[in-house]
Design a protein around this ligand. Structure first.
Ligand code: ZN
Length: 263
């Protein structure tokens, strides 16, 4: 694990390096990097996402969150990429799934739920992960949209709550293609909807669709982001990359006084 290595490295560097960091060694060693795990199931088309969706998002996060440990995980990894040990070191778990929701084991779902609810880990659910088992467990509702149409619809995404941390630096933007998820969305009333949207269907008619929704579940924060269909390049777009980085920081509770997660 990278954090452990960097801690060992820190111990080996000795007093000079520590002094140059202006931090007593104990403080430094006791404050490991925050950790985000980006999870996906390896089913995105390779011509759009050569390293799957988790790889694309992780590459962007490594650049925008240099002081974070950014890890990718997949359903194909041991323990489906989310062992209890890993969860206990993780501040935020970001999840993209579509075709393999049913393969996710119930014990994984319970471990994620517990880590959010009791441990304060943040959880970010992307696009078709509205039906991901851990997200449904957190919401406790059906999490259905009224329709799902990848028919050439575009979307205009608006910053609805400019002061919300997830909107920091984000301006209104368009996605030329989006899979249209029709309202209503069967989830609990969100505490915030920082990003809203209006779809334009191929025939020119408009329809509303919320694009970014926030909840607090127990001790943890949960964010859902509507775009991210696997045949579109959303996660390579600068606006989406910025939202992902902001969402990670918000979900970790970096705007709170104390560190949100227990270790
Ligand atoms: Zn989709």
């Amino acid at each position: 694990m990278k954090t452990a290595v960097s801690r060992r490295t820190a111990l080996g560097l000795g007093a000079a390096a520590v002094a140059s960091a202006f931090l007593p060694l104990e403080v430094w060693a006791a404050s490991p990097k925050r950790r985000v795990v980006v999870w996906s199931e390896g089913t995105a088309p390779k011509n759009v996402y050569p390293n799957d969706i988790n790889g694309a998002i992780a590459d962007a996060l490594k650049k925008s969150l240099p002081d974070w440990e950014v890890v990718t995980a997949s359903i194909n990894d041991p323990d489906q990429g989310v062992s209890e040990e890993s969860l206990n070191m993780t501040d935020v778990l970001m999840w993209w799934g579509h075709k393999r929701h049913r393969d996710v084991k119930d014990e994984v779902v319970e471990a994620v739920f517990k880590r959010v609810n009791e441990g304060g880990m943040g959880f970010i659910s992307l696009h078709s992960s509205h039906f991901a088992k851990p997200y449904k467990r957190l919401m406790g509702t059906a999490c259905t949209w009224s329709e799902y149409k990848a028919d050439g619809t575009s979307v205009s995404i608006t910053v609805k709550e400019p002061d919300h941390p997830i909107c920091k630096g984000v301006k209104d933007f368009q996605l030329p293609l989006i899979e249209r998820y029709g309202e209503p969305f069967a989830v609990p009333e969100p505490e915030a909807v920082p990003l809203d949207g209006v779809y334009t269907k191929p025939d020119g008619t408009k329809a509303p669709g919320r694009m970014g929704l926030c909840w607090t579940i127990g001790k943890g924060r949960v964010f859902y982001f509507t775009p991210g269909h696997e045949t579109y390049d959303d996660f390579f777009r600068p606006e989406v990359k910025l939202i992902m980085a902001n969402a990670v920081k918000w979900a970790a509770g970096t705007d709170r006084q104390e560190r949100s997660t227990s270790r």
